[in-house]
Design a protein around this ligand. Structure first.
Ligand code: PMV
Length: 314
């Protein structure tokens, strides 16, 4: 029987998380050193679709899935889009090297890989925009009010300058740069952190709107520097400024602060949390020669994992 395989990368948000929910610009890039993979094998049996997710210890049938099951939802949405009414006789195996729930886009990457595998299976062409729209529906399960940045950067697999509900803008990268991504090992509760920011904004709209606007200005400045391949030290300083804004929003944590400080001490140009915060991952912008020292410093400071990744010119 034929095998259909698809992958999708992880992502990091470089600038503008949280403020992006309030229509400020943000920048995100794909991280291809980690991947979600989907393997779809047609079976001759008449027993519907079996879903196996070994990392999650799950093995079940589509027909038995709960209403809020993310895998079942993306499969059903995709089948509806392809107007497939016949039940699918196959086994779908999902694996991923993207740490779960740590702001690296594991959910959006798995959904994207599922859509791509099903598109191959049915011999359908599907655009990144259409994939992104389908994946956005599933993101709502996790986030409540997602900005759409995760599904966009992962479905397009390109750096993006993202403004909620605006047409996607690809972000050309003038010169390669290196990021070290350090994992606190703690799950980042996106839904809770986003809710916390919302409540604080409601309590003190003036203060929070100025924090969102400041994050937006930082992202807009960073965009120009990235496009022009400008100095790493300038971009790093903007990351530090963005971290200060995120800390003022109350979404950093002692573990994130410790890793961010360790990266700066080890010679990073700048460092900040990435994603919703309260755990998850932080990122540091480094010179190629400094990357190993920063990675060592992060592991010594308690990071449970470190990824060194290059954002290539485009
Ligand atoms: O999924 P995460 O942890 O990368 O968080 C997404 C970023 C937020 O701006 C906090 C939320 C959103 O919907 O954009």
């Amino acid at each position: 029987m034929k095998d259909y395989r698809a992958t999708a990368p992880g992502k990091v948000i470089l600038f503008g998380e949280h403020a992006v929910v309030y229509h400020q610009p943000a920048i995100a890039v794909p991280v291809t050193t980690v991947q979600a993979k989907v393997d779809l094998q047609a079976t001759g049996e008449n027993s519907g679709l079996r879903i196996i997710a070994p990392d999650l210890g799950r093995d079940y049938r589509l027909a038995e899935a709960e209403a809020d099951d993310a895998l079942a939802l993306i499969i059903r949405l995709t089948l509806a889009r392809f107007q497939q009414v016949e039940s699918l006789q196959a086994t779908l195996i999902v694996t991923s090297t993207i740490p779960l729930g740590r702001g690296l886009g594991s959910g959006a990457a798995i959904s994207t890989a599922v859509v791509r595998a099903l598109a191959q299976f049915y011999g359908q062409q599907i655009t990144p925009a259409a994939i992104s729209d389908l994946v956005y529906e599933v993101e709502k399960l996790y986030h409540g009010t997602p900005s759409g940045i995760d599904n966009t950067v992962i479905a397009y697999e390109q750096p993006v300058y993202f403004i909620r509900q605006q047409p996607i803008e690809r972000l050309p990268v003038g010169r390669a740069f290196i990021l070290v991504v350090g994992d606190t090992g703690q799950v980042s509760p996106t839904h809770k952190a986003v809710g916390h920011v919302r409540r604080q904004w409601q309590a003190d709209p003036q203060r929070f709107e100025s924090l969102f606007a400041e994050a937006g200005r930082i992202a807009a400045t960073a965009r120009t520097i990235i496009e022009q391949g400008g100095p790493g030290a300038t971009l790093g300083a903007l990351m530090n400024d963005n971290q200060a804004v995120l800390a003022a929003m109350g979404v950093s944590s002692p573990e994130l602060d410790r890793l961010i400080e360790a990266a700066r001490q080890a010679g990073a140009w700048g460092a900040k949390l990435s994603g919703a915060g309260w755990g998850g991952n932080m990122i540091a912008l480094v010179e190629p020669e400094t990357a190993p020292a920063v990675s060592d410093a992060l592991l010594k400071a308690g990071a449970t994992g470190c990824i060194i990744t290059e954002v290539a010119p485009s």
